[in-house]
Design a protein around this ligand. Structure first.
Ligand code: FAD
Length: 531
């Protein structure tokens, strides 16, 4: 097929897909589409050897397990190859005040007599740790426990989510009453991309290493081809833009506007380090840690043999040199020889992620700061939606509309959730944190915040479209950050609290039992590496 043919023809059912970009987004997309459509599509993935991938993106949501399931991969197939570890929660340090911490775990909040446990806890707090009183996982995190026993079996089935109904969009069907899968993963993004390169090329994906130097459009403004420096023209029916913050096809060639979230989420920069970890000596936390700093926060992600760490900050409040100095001081001497990676972040989303025959997935579609590890979740969600709304021969525009709505809801919903972290943070020790308490938030969140002062978040009052975060997540951040006064429901004053007190006792007993029984993360992964 020549370019001229493609330009002149009406669009056809896409079976020839060109993916531009070989970062996490490009390879996750290639692997997932191959798993979904096998040889009924052809895929070419072109990536530049000169333009580096972002190289971070190491903590995930627990929904990521559906991605690996979809690819028919077991943990032992991919975890060792990606230096992966378990993640039970995000641990927030110093967001309320120095020395304070709380967890946002992968564990649904129980309800008793129609009221969430957080409601009951507000009526009669058993301790100053809502997270330990309401969730088992918080105790496991404090004790550095693995969610699996040394023989590989999982902690009890109460924690395992009920099977989803339906097709490929399994993770988008949320059952608020169901249990939550108890963990997600940390992994090396670079190694995951390598692993998926092999997975996808073994299944027939053509891999071209070259620079895309031009994007060709036909007379209707549809992408007809990309031109590479050394491999000539790559023509296709459907083009997936995975070029990262550049947005080479969607934003640059097609001119789709980017909607910035900068007014509500000002952190626009990061500096990252990869620090060696001696697993025989240093305890390994089974969680991502987000430690509040003077102009943002530092992530700490324990992997096999190294720690991924970085300072996410706002340039309006902190220079890159200062951010790097703070990060190195935070990490200590192990960071001395390690090179820093400075990253400028584009925060927000493309107005539409799918325009004509071009779909942007990954950073080219949208991104919010990685405070809740949502970047890879966005990619996973997007590629699930692409399969769900994959076009037919008539390229029905409704499919694009539905896709764009779904992707926009996820990004906008996560933005609201992140804004809550800053509005909620009690610390007000400098201008950055004082501004955080008064900064604009989306109007709908402002209304929700008003409601949450009276009644902690539930399914009625959180962002109403699927965005990966159930109401219990909002409860954790609201109660953990501590800056927004909340009160127990007045009706609870009249209720019999014995059943709730019994539930708190059961959580405590279960946590104690599991802390005694389960191995530490270090012990679990030492065993896994030895076998
Ligand atoms: P990139 O990695 O930037 O890849 C772009 C690709 O496009 C590269 O292969 C490049 O070579 C190619 N390319 C560009 N131009 C051309 C061209 N002209 N020709 C050919 N190829 C080209 N997500 C999480 O889920 N958890 C986290 O903990 C997390 N932490 C993060 C921390 C930071 C500081 C940042 C910035 C992001 C983080 N993310 C995280 C997000 C995550 O890193 C990204 O979602 C993920 O890496 C996907 O990146 P990408 O593939 O879209 O883009």
């Amino acid at each position: 097929m020549t370019i001229e043919d493609t330009a002149a023809d009406a669009p056809v059912r896409p079976s020839n897909i060109v993916i531009v970009g070989g970062g996490t987004a490009g390879w996750m997309t290639a692997a997932y589409l191959k798993a979904a459509f096998a040889d009924r599509i052809t895929i070419t993935l072109v990536e530049s050897a000169e333009v580096r991938t972002i190289g971070v993106g190491e903590a995930t949501f627990s929904d990521i397990r559906h991605f690996f399931e979809f690819l028919r991969l077991e943990e032992h197939d991919w975890m060792p190859a990606c230096n992966a570890t378990y993640k039970l929660a995000v641990r927030f340090e110093d967001w309320r005040e120095p020395g304070h911490h709380f967890y946002h775990p992968f564990e649904q909040l129980k309800s008793v007599d129609g009221f969430q446990l957080t409601d009951w806890w507000l009526r009669n707090p058993g301790s100053d740790r809502f997270d330990k009183d309401c969730f088992v996982m918080a105790s496991l995190c404090d004790a550095n426990r693995s969610p699996r026993y040394l023989d590989g079996s999982l902690i009890d089935q109460d924690f395992v989510e009920k099977p989803h109904q339906g097709g490929p969009s399994r993770s988008t069907i949320v059952d608020y009453q169901g249990a939550q899968f108890p963990y997600a993963y940390h992994f090396e993004a670079r190694l995951l991309a390598q692993f998926l390169t092999k997975y996808a090329t073994d299944r027939g994906v053509r891999h071209v290493v070259d620079n895309v130097v031009d994007v060709g459009l036909d007379e209707r403004g549809w992408v007809s081809h990309v031109r590479t420096a050394e491999h000539g023209v790559l023509a296709g029916d459907l083009f997936v833009d995975c070029t990262g913050f550049r947005g080479l096809l969607l934003n640059k060639a097609l001119g789709e506007p980017f909607v910035s979230y900068q007014d509500t989420l000002p952190n626009d920069s990061a500096v990252a380090l990869q620090v060696p970890l001696d697993m025989d000596r240093e305890p390994m936390r089974p969680c991502t840690t987000a430690t509040a700093q003077a102009a943002g926060w530092i992530w700490t992600i324990p992997l096999i043999s190294r720690i991924g760490t970085g300072y996410v900050y706002a340039r309006d409040y902190c220079e890159p040199e200062e951010a790097e100095r703070v990060l190195r001081e935070f990490v200590g001497p192990t960071a001395a020889e390690v090179e820093a990676n400075h990253i400028r972040m584009r925060i927000g989303r493309s107005e539409r992620s799918w325009v004509n025959n071009c779909v942007a997935i990954g950073l080219s579609s949208g991104f919010v700061e990685p405070l809740e590890s949502t970047g890879i979740f966005f990619i996973h969600h997007a590629v699930e939606q692409l399969v769900k709304y994959f076009p037919g021969g008539d390229w029905d525009p409704n499919l694009r509309t539905l896709y764009n709505r779904s992707v926009a809801h996820v990004t906008d919903g996560v933005r609201e959730f992140l804004c809550l972290h800053y509005r909620g943070a009690k610390r007000a020790d400098n201008q950055y944190w004082r501004d955080a308490q008064t900064r604009t938030v989306p109007d709908a969140l402002e209304e929700r915040l008003e409601l949450w002062r009276t009644k902690v978040p539930d399914a009625m009052t959180v962002y109403p479209y699927y965005h990966g975060l159930p109401p219990y997540s909002y409860n954790c951040i609201l109660l953990g950050t501590g800056g927004i006064p909340v009160r127990p429901s007045p009706g609870l004053e009249l209720a019999d609290e014995r059943a709730a007190l019994s539930e708190f006792q059961q959580i405590k007993a279960k946590a104690q039992k599991l802390v005694q029984e389960l191995p530490t993360q270090n012990a679990f992964f030492a065993r896994m590496r030895a076998s």
